[in-house]
Write a protein that binds this ligand. Structure first.
Ligand SMILES: *Cc1c(COP(=O)(O)O)cnc(C)c1O
Length: 412
C-alpha cells in the first residue's frame, strides 16, 4: 500500500488481470491507475523521512501500527518508500508472486534474505555453477555463524536429496540459467524436494527474467533477481529483488528496516522505467541469442557452444519444458588458446568488454581474464573455466549487425 493515493488501491487490484501477458504487466502491473498530481509516471518520492501533522496524528499512527495495521503511510525512509513500493508491486505481478521486496543490489537481496531466514547451526544445499559472490557469502560469511553449505553438482538431484539433513537444512539454493554454462535447474524436482523435506527453495532467476521463466508457478518459495541486469536493462543502476508469499516478504521487509539495504527512490524510479520495456527487450535478446548460438554452432572456428536453446546443451529438454525463451546470454569456446580468444574479442566492433549482462548494449568477456584473472590455467580448469571460453551477453542491437560482427572477427 502507498501513501500516494491508497483509496484507489482496491480499484486497481480489482482491475488487475492475472491472465495478462508479460508486456502488459511490465507496463501496468501493480501500479495505481491514478497517481499523485495526475502524473502518468510513478512519482519519485525523494525523501529520507515522513512528517506527522501533530502529536495526535503520530499517536494514531503508532496505535494502528501496534495493532498490526500501520501500513497506510510511511514513517522513515529505511522502512519504506512509495516509489519503491510501486516497483515492488510490479515485480510481484511479473513473477506471479504475492509480494516483492526491493534491495540496493542483487547481493544485498541474497545476503539480506539468508541473514533474515537462517538460524545459527542450520544448513544450506547449493548447486555448483553458482554466482561467485553468493557462493563466497555462504561458504565464508555464513560459516562464521555456524551455518554450513553443501555444494552439489547442477542437475544431480540424487546428490541434492542426499545432501539434505532433516531438520537442519533450511534452504535449497540454485540459479537458472547459471553463469557461464547456462545450466537449467529442474524447477519441478527442486520444488518437490523442498516440499517433501520441508526445506525452503530459492531460485536466482536473474538470467531468465520473468518473461522467460516463472519459478513460483512451479512451487518455488523465493525468486531472486539482480535487477541490475535485465529488469533495469540499461546498465545504469544496481538493485535486487526477492519475490514470494506475502507473510514471508513482509518479514523480509521488516528485516530490511534493520539491515538497511533498501534501494534509493531515484534508482527505484529508473528501474520502473526500465521494466516497462522488459518484454520487448527480452524477446529481441532471445531471438538474437538463438541466432548467434546457431551461427556459432556451425562455425569451424568455434569448438563448442553453450546455449540452452540448442539441442546439444545438456539441459535442452528441461529448458524447453519450463522456459518460454532461452535468454540473451551465449557462452562458447573458440578454437585456440587464451591469446587467440582475446584477439577474436578485440576484433569485435559492437560489444563492449565488460562484466554484467542484460542491458541494451552487448557486453562480452573472457571469464579467464575477468572473474578468474588471478588463477592459473590449471586452477581455472579445476573450476571448469577454460581459457578459450567467452561469455557473450547480447544487447538489443540489430541481429544482422551482431552476426556480421561475429563473422568478420572470426574471418580474420
Ligand atoms: C549480478 C548477479 C548477482 C549480483 O547482483 P548485483 O546487483 O551485482 O549485486 C547475483 N546473481 C546473479 C545470477 C547475477 O548475475
Amino acid at each position: 500500500m502507498s501513501v500516494i493515493d491508497d483509496s484507489l488501491d482496491k480499484i486497481e487490484k480489482d482491475r488487475e488481470d492475472t491472465a495478462q501477458g508479460n508486456s502488459t504487466r511490465a507496463v501496468h502491473g501493480g501500479t495505481q491507475r491514478r497517481k499523485a498530481f495526475n502524473s502518468l509516471n510513478t512519482p519519485i518520492v525523494q525523501t529520507a523521512t515522513y512528517t506527522f501533522g501533530d502529536t495526535q496524528e503520530l499517536i494514531d499512527y503508532m496505535e494502528r501500527k501496534t495493532w498490526g495495521d500501520g501500513d497506510d503511510r510511511e514513517e522513515y525512509g529505511r522502512y519504506g518508500n512509495p516509489t519503491v513500493a510501486a516497483v515492488e508491486r510490479k515485480l510481484a505481478a511479473l513473477d506471479g508472486g504475492e509480494d516483492a521486496v526491493l534491495y540496493a543490489s542483487g547481493m544485498a537481496a541474497v545476503t539480506s534474505l539468508l541473514l533474515s531466514v537462517l538460524p545459527a547451526g542450520s544448513h544450506i544445499v547449493m548447486t555448483d555453477d553458482c554466482y561467485r559472490r553468493t557462493r563466497q557469502f555462504c561458504l565464508t560469511f555464513l560459516k562464521r555463524f555456524g551455518i554450513e553449505t553443501t555444494v552439489v553438482p547442477m542437475g544431480d538431484h540424487a546428490a541434492m536429496e542426499a545432501a539434505i539433513v532433516p531438520k537442519k537444512t533450511r534452504f535449497i539454493i540454485s540459479e537458472s540459467p547459471t553463469n557461464p554454462y547456462l545450466r537449467i535447474a529442474d524447477l519441478e524436482k527442486i520444488s518437490q524436494l523442498g516440499k517433501q523435506y520441508r526445506v525452503l527453495t530459492l531460485i536466482d532467476s536473474t538470467f531468465a527474467t520473468p518473461v522467460n521463466q516463472r519459478p513460483i508457478e512451479y512451487g518455488i518459495d523465493f525468486v531472486l533477481h539482480s535487477a541490475t541486469k535485465y529488469l533495469s536493462g540499461h546498465n545504469d543502476l544496481l538493485a535486487g529483488v526477492v519475490i514470494g508469499r506475502s507473510d514471508r516478504i513482509q518479514a523480509l521487509r521488516d528485516a530490511r528496516g534493520v539491515l538497511g539495504g533498501i534501494v534509493d527512490p531515484q534508482n527505484a524510479y529508473l528501474l520502473d522505467r526500465g521494466i516497462k520495456t522488459l518484454g520487448v527487450r527480452v524477446r529481441q535478446q532471445n531471438a538474437t541469442a538463438l541466432a548467434v548460438a546457431e551461427f556459432l554452432d556451425q562455425h569451424p572456428r568455434i569448438e563448442r557452444v553453450w546455449y540452452p536453446g540448442l539441442l546439444s546443451h545438456p539441459d535442452y529438454a528441461v529448458a524447453a519444458k519450463q522456459m518460454s525463451g532461452f535468454g540473451g546470454v551465449v557462452s562458447f569456446e573458440v578454437a585456440g588458446d587464451l591469446k587467440a580468444t582475446s584477439q577474436f574479442i578485440d576484433r569485435l566492433k559492437i560489444p563492449y568488454i565488460a562484466p554484467s549482462l542484460g542491458g541494451v548494449e552487448s557486453l562480452i568477456e573472457q571469464p579467464a581474464l575477468m572473474s578468474y584473472y588471478e588463477k592459473t590455467t590449471e586452477e581455472r580448469l579445476a573450476l571448469g573455466i577454460k581459457d578459450n571460453l567467452v561469455r557473450f551477453a547480447i544487447g538489443i542491437e540489430d541481429s544482422d549487425d551482431i552476426l556480421e560482427d561475429l563473422s568478420q572477427a572470426l574471418r580474420s
